[in-house]
Design a protein around this ligand. Structure first.
Ligand code: HAM
Length: 413
């Protein structure tokens, strides 16, 4: 039997790499004062249709939805913001006057066409900050993303920002977009036509068709439809980013593929043709002040956050990870011949080294020492040979990098 298309196994070096990244994300979250949450892998489907949106691909095309034995419609989470917000509300962790900062590292599920950096099951790291409608928080969340990229030596990216204003702004914009699109409909893809005919023409920007994207380049700019308040806010964010020397470009066609955003949306888009392919989004996020209210209509809690695809992060930082992850264990202990395999000496040495936090493997196999040596060379820094010298209380240690060999007393190691 084989694994399903779009899923993957982690073992060996890949498992080391992903764990290195998990730890780095935990550490960075601690630095920013974010608390880890874990939500269930599946939720009622309505959580996603109500928040992420009914017309968005992530929900209506890509979600793994099934009925349970009681006939309830459930879905594997396609993203983390809806679940995090549900958790916060259900456990009464957010209110109008409370600040909360959460992060998660979870597997997500989307029925997409798999390709490099795009899977059907993938890991996401996400951060969600509730309780303030403040552009300094928006900026801090962006800095959070930059901090992760810096730590992994990723510098081939572009920070793109846009403002999609309020829902009222978007209604006005949708009319203008409809007018623009109607005269070009014949040249657009079926996907774009479908969006044109839906209640949410805004989603036309989710098209991946190059020809559609070319045509949409001339579409009216959302920025011209922003209310005074949203425009002012966007100007201030740009100013703050400049003051903090954070490089960005404004992409007025950036709308993000999820329905819950308002005002600021942003993406860190890769320009690394070699490792990830350019145009691949590593991080995506934005402000979502109306989402809480969609789950609990008695509450209005502003929020902002982002998520990143961990597999994409690994592809983008592959060279750095290869250099920095020590894939070798510290000691490989080999017994020199069969009679010594059952001797307690190797076991005792391993125990004492592990107590000192060294990584140790003992090879008890009844195999020739040369075979054990070959394996040690592959995976360890040092080889300890437990041979006949143990009669005199000695062992042999071989440094597998320099080939230097020394004999020493068991008690000295
Ligand atoms: P998203 O843009 O849908 O946003 O996903 C965020 C990131 O997850 C993407 O930029 C990408 O790196 C990764 N990703 C998405 N789909 C796949 C896939 N099929 N395979 C591999 N990686 C993938 C969200 O999910 C929002 N919840 C982000 C957010 C948090 N906004 C506010 N708070």
């Amino acid at each position: 039997m084989k694994k399903m298309k779009g899923t993957r196994d982690y073992f060996g070096y890949d498992s080391k790499k992903i764990n290195y990244v998990f730890n780095l994300l935990d550490e960075t979250s601690k630095e920013f004062g974010y608390e880890k949450i874990i939500t269930p892998t599946f939720e009622v489907s309505e959580l996603f249709t109500r928040t992420v949106g009914n017309d968005v691909d992530v929900v209506n095309k890509e979600m793994y939805t099934f009925s349970d034995k009681k006939g309830r419609s459930l879905s594997l989470r396609p993203e983390g913001t809806a679940g995090a917000t549900r958790l916060a509300l259900e456990n009464k962790l957010i209110d109008n006057n409370q600040i909360q900062s959460f992060y998660y590292i979870s597997n997500m599920f989307r029925y997409e066409r798999p390709q490099k950096g795009r899977q059907r099951e993938f890991f996401q790291f996400g951060v969600e900050r509730y309780g303030e409608d403040c552009l300094m928080v928006d900026t801090e969340v962006i800095q959070f993303g930059i901090s992760i990229l810096n730590k992994l030596n990723i510098d081939k990216y572009e920070l793109q920002i846009n403002s999609i204003g309020s829902s009222e702004d978007r209604i006005k914009y949708n009319d203008a977009l409809k007018e623009f699109t109607s005269s070009r409909l014949d040249n657009l893809s079926d996907y774009a036509k479908e969006k044109y005919n839906s209640d949410n023409i805004f989603r036309i920007f989710d098209t991946k068709n190059d020809n559609d994207l070319e045509i949409l380049k001339d579409a009216p700019s959302m920025i011209d439809f922003l209310s005074k308040e949203s425009l002012e806010r966007f100007k201030k964010i740009k100013l703050t980013l400049r003051q903090l020397e954070i490089k960005f470009i404004v992409n007025d066609k950036l709308v993000r593929g999820l329905d819950y955003y308002n005002d600021l949306v942003f993406e860190f888009v890769s320009t690394d043709e070699e490792n990830l392919g350019s145009k691949s989004t590593i991080i995506g996020g934005g402000r979502y002040n109306k989402l809480v209210n969609k789950i609990d209509s008695s509450k209005d809690v502003p929020a902002v956050g982002f998520a990143l695809g961990i597999e994409r992060l690994i592809l983008a930082s592959d060279k750095f990870l290869s250099k920095n992850i020590d894939n070798r264990i510290d000691y490989y202990i080999a017994t020199a011949h069969d009679e010594l395999a059952m001797d307690w000496t190797a076991n005792r040495i391993a125990f004492s080294l592990r107590n000192k936090s060294y990584s140790v493997i003992v090879d008890y196999r009844a195999k020739k020492l040369s075979k054990k040596y070959d394996r040690a060379k592959e995976i360890a820094n040092k080889l300890i040979i437990v041979g006949n010298e143990i009669k005199d209380g000695n062992i042999t240690i071989k440094d597998l990098k320099t080939n230097e060999t020394i004999e020493m007393k068991i008690g000295e190691i």
